[in-house]
Design a protein around this ligand. Sequence first.
Ligand SMILES: Cc1cc2nc3c(=O)[nH]c(=O)nc-3n(C[C@H](O)[C@H](O)[C@H](O)COP(=O)(O)O)c2cc1C
Length: 315
Amino acid sequence: MPFFQAPLSGYSDKPMRILARQFSSPLVFTGVMLDKTALHPAAIKKNIFNPDDNEHPVGAQILGNDPKTMAKSAAVFEKIGYDLIDLNFACPVPRVLRRRRGGFLLTKPYIVMEIYKAVRDAVSCPVLMKLRTGFDSSDAAKEDFRQICTEAAEQGVDALVIHGRDVVKNYRGKADWGIIAEVKRRFPQTKIFGSGDIFDAESALQRLTTCKVDGVIIARGAIGNPWIFKEVRALFEGKPKPAKPTLTEQGQVILRHFEMIASSHEITKAVRYFRKFSVAYCRRHPQRKKVQTALMAAVSKEEVLKAIKKWYGVG
Ligand SMILES: Cc1cc2nc3c(=O)[nH]c(=O)nc-3n(C[C@H](O)[C@H](O)[C@H](O)COP(=O)(O)O)c2cc1C
């Protein structure tokens, strides 16, 4: 199936990944993790880092700039059960760029390829690279991007996942799928997955057909919306789009999501952490503002459950 749930720092934690899998995303990814995390034996034993049985296949996305550390880290993530390794050369966050990681490395094709080769040699699972279309819109950046794609294709990378914006653009403007389609045309043998502005099943299908990519990844469009995966799957299989979830069905999913978070966090933290997901879930509700206010005001597990019950008729 040519789509999957994107790496989403702060969101694509275990509960979101489990839900995405249950809603038929063929593959899911962690949010980005610093390579060094895997090298602390005590840290890596934590439940949040170890994939559950019902997440597979699941990819670990790692960030760093030293080939040896990245390779060691990838080997640890593979050992603890991840099925794929995704290398982050895309993150636009200023403190990441200042530390010469993530999207910064798009200006250093040589280091990108050293990291890729070191990781590939250290693991036996597939290795993907997450890229943006360059560091900025300069000719030099375009050339660096071209060089990375060319060398990665020559080295037989398992897939390039390309977000159609440059690093400096951050999330502004529209993703440029023309560049993604062009990379696919130039490297027909390499698996190319596109990313950017897939907010509904129809756009996923449209990008797959017109850009001829091997797949699309669903990022912001999947936050508070696991239904999107079933919708894309149905359209891809030539079936009608499933009916929109009823309020009760939405409530059941919200409850399940909250329960998963509540079972893995201290409860006050769980309530606070769940708020960003609630905001996203509320978008579908005809009385969105009222529901959002109620869910934001809840400070205990009982209050969250009560609000979900009241507004969605479940609980
Ligand atoms: C809140 C948030 C967190 C993200 N975290 C990551 C991440 O950890 N790793 C990564 O490669 N991309 C990350 N991305 C980028 C997405 O995977 C995706 O490429 C980008 O959002 C474009 O897709 P969209 O327009 O469909 O959201 C993140 C995006 C958002 C909005």
